[in-house]
Design a binder for this molecule. Structure first.
Ligand code: PRP
Ligand code: URA
Length: 214
């Protein structure tokens, strides 16, 4: 089951996602389990985020007869992880969309101002023709996602989706205002941001928990 609470914001309403997110939120969850859960939830959100992929038909010969059956119309997709933490979601997307290309956006946030700085962006040559799925576990102030979307738009991309595990209402508001054309897919929307820009209750620093760097 899935619901849409805004014309462009989709929040997963599924017991598996809710259950897996609760395990991720637990500060005692191991790096290994946390990493696996990021990937699994990434796959579940991808399932919903690809609901609008166009279909065509093809003829197949079943053991009984020839039949016209649905097949993907060959829409090209690029998954764009925001480094570092977004890398944790790539595998989940590729398991469902194995032909997708991967573009990387490297970004760090100034710890004082929380402003993002792009230091790397490598995309496939035909990225402007592709459906873009920007992935990051956390949408907090929205600054990083805004910068990533802006970077992809500079490269001519017009069909952009943003997939996150946990969003703050502040981040959703930011992206809706800055990029009203972008569809946002979230595992959950949490209560608020604290004074350090962390999502509450959240799950802490996603990058550190995926890569075990704390
Ligand atoms: C985290 C997260 C997002 C960003 C969200 O990355 O993965 O990219 O913060 O915050 P924002 O919405 O306020 O911009 P971080 O900058 O901690 O880097 P990391 O992926 O290397 O851990
Ligand atoms: N980045 C994270 O990793 N976690 C938060 O709660 C906010 C930003």
């Amino acid at each position: 089951m899935f619901y849409q609470n805004d014309d462009h914001v989709y929040v997963m309403d599924h017991p598996l996602v809710a259950h897996k997110l609760t395990i991720m939120r637990d500060k005692n969850t191991s790096v290994k389990d946390f990493r696996e859960l990021v990937s699994e939830i990434g796959m579940l959100i991808t399932y919903e985020a690809t609901r609008d992929l166009p279909l065509t038909t093809t003829t197949v010969e079943t053991p009984l007869c020839k039949a016209e059956m649905p097949t993907l119309a060959g829409k090209k997709v690029a998954v764009v992880p925001i480094l570092r933490a977004g890398l944790g979601l790539v595998d989940g997307v590729l398991r469902l969309v194995p032909s997708a290309r991967v573009a990387h956006i490297g970004m760090y946030r100034d710890e004082e101002t929380l402003e993002p700085h792009v230091y790397f962006c490598k995309t496939p040559h035909d990225v402007a023709q592709r459906d873009i799925m920007i992935v990051d576990p956390m949408l907090a102030t929205g600054g990083s996602a805004d910068a990533a979307i802006t970077e992809m738009k500079k490269r001519g991309c017009t069909h952009i989706k943003l997939m996150v595990l946990v969003a703050a209402p502040e981040g959703i508001k930011h992206i809706r205002a800055a990029h009203p054309d972008v569809h946002i897919y979230c595992g959950a929307v949490d209560d608020h941001l604290n004074e350090h820009g962390y999502i509450v209750p959240g799950l802490g620093d996603a990058g550190d928990r995926i890569f075990g760097t704390k």
